[in-house]
Design a protein around this ligand. Sequence first.
Ligand code: 3SL
Length: 253
Amino acid sequence: MKTEKPPVRKLDVCLTPELLHLYDLEDRIVVVLDVLRATSTMTVALAYGAEKIIPVATVEECHRYKKLGFPVAAEYLGKTIDGFEYGNSPFEFMSEKIKGKTLIIKTTNGTEAIQKSKASSMVIIGSFLNMKAIVKFLRSEKNDVLLFCAGWKGKFNLEDTVCAGAITSELLYDYIIENDSTLAAYHLYNLAKNDMKEFLKNSSHFRRLGNLDIEKDVEFCLKKNIYNVIPVLERDYLIDINRIPEIESLLKG
Ligand code: 3SL
């Protein structure tokens, strides 16, 4: 009897944008992680009915889109940039206001990480909020995967790494783990998983966001598996993968 061999796929973690050049992105699915807060917020916006999200690289582009009448979310160092309607809090998008609209987003690190991932075969957006959906999708794919931590201005951060570790812990038996960055993320997640907030409380971005008094955002972004949405980059915009008909049937199957 002929049995089909499972595909040999590799799972890697890129710990900071400064290390991305070490990875060959061609034929890889890149999962961008900026859990506090960009990729969590994008997930929420699509879950609440935004039709598309265009992640942009510059504030000038934000101004251009604003003039054209698009809703624009622009954040720098955790704060809403003056003159724009939205910042980067997931709670700003939990309303009917963005339903059916194309939202423009610019954030300090998350949107840059997306731009940097464009050479890959597919870019998807991950967070704790949609982790289970991401894991299910990756199990159904044949390509190698890179979990890409957006970090902070090129540097390592703990929260994105812990999320990469959480995804790794679900895929241990589906993928080959070659590099120690993946193992490190996995071990950090195991240290963090029983009380993520406590584990992360001294981390740099926790303290940064703490100064902005947005503990509510932080607590929400650490919740697991709230949404089924998987934002995927199609040309220059993000759309929920579940809304792409061919993929929808695959995911259901
Ligand atoms: O760096 C980013 O892209 C943001 O997520 C940072 S913040 O959480 O809005 O401060």
